[in-house]
Design a protein around this ligand. Structure first.
Ligand SMILES: [Zn+2]
Length: 218
């Protein structure tokens, strides 16, 4: 019976977050992917299906070893990266991967996005860059885990795109939106002058304001 499949609300969240990526201009076609965790399993976008067509029934469920536990569709090819992030970050309940254009511009430059706008605090004191490894590999996932560390909720993937995480799928999507906004502002500010980069004290204050769930020791 389809109704007995696990992680119903997480699968529904994945099916609803996908179209949001398109609406918020964070990706095109079936690019990018999202996942939502519950304990030691997570629901993740199926591979190669456009977001409008994905129903919660089509969303595969995978465990933290990367084994498919439920579903008829193949998990996204970036499943290893999602899996490694959950394995290393107990506080993360949702992961959003995009190819959003302004953030991907900095990813192609191999440049971290500095704190030229206070909303960077959604991600940390900056948005760091993970180096390049081919899409879909464990090696790429390991670079993303290292770049995120314990203190960042987003990073760039060099020559590729963005990873954003949050306590659930909606929080991860919100962070992905903020990353793209900060990237756009930094690009625009750099085009007409030298952006003022915020100092450490101001950033610490903002992280306390924005990063409350991290500081509850989850
Ligand atoms: Zn990608």
């Amino acid at each position: 019976m389809s109704g007995e499949r696990p992680l119903g609300s997480e699968r529904r969240a994945v099916s609803q977050l996908g179209p949001e990526l398109l609406e918020q201009d964070l990706t095109r076609g079936s690019g990018g992917n999202v996942s939502v965790r519950n304990g030691d399993r997570f629901a993740i976008s199926p591979s190669g299906i456009s977001y409008e067509e994905i129903t919660s029934e089509m969303v595969p469920v995978v465990d933290l070893e990367g084994t498919l536990v439920s579903g008829e569709y193949e998990p996204s090819n970036e499943m290893p990266m999602h899996r490694l992030i959950y394995e290393h970050r107990d506080d993360v309940g949702g992961v959003v991967h995009t190819h959003s254009p302004y953030a991907s511009t900095f990813a192609s430059l191999g440049e971290a996005i500095p704190a030229s706008h206070y909303l960077i605090a959604y991600a940390g004191k900056e948005i760091p860059v993970a180096g390049y490894e081919p899409p879909g590999t464990e090696a790429l996932g390991e670079l993303a885990v290292d770049a995120l560390g314990a203190d960042h909720d987003a990073c760039l993937l060099q020559n590729h795109g963005v990873i954003a995480v949050g306590e659930d799928g909606a929080a991860a999507l919100e962070t992905a939106v903020m990353v793209e906004y900060c990237a756009r502002i930094h690009y625009q500010a750099s085009a007409i002058g030298d952006p003022v980069i915020m100092d450490d004290d101001d950033l610490e204050y903002l992280l306390e304001m924005f990063g409350t769930y991290r500081q509850k020791g989850k």
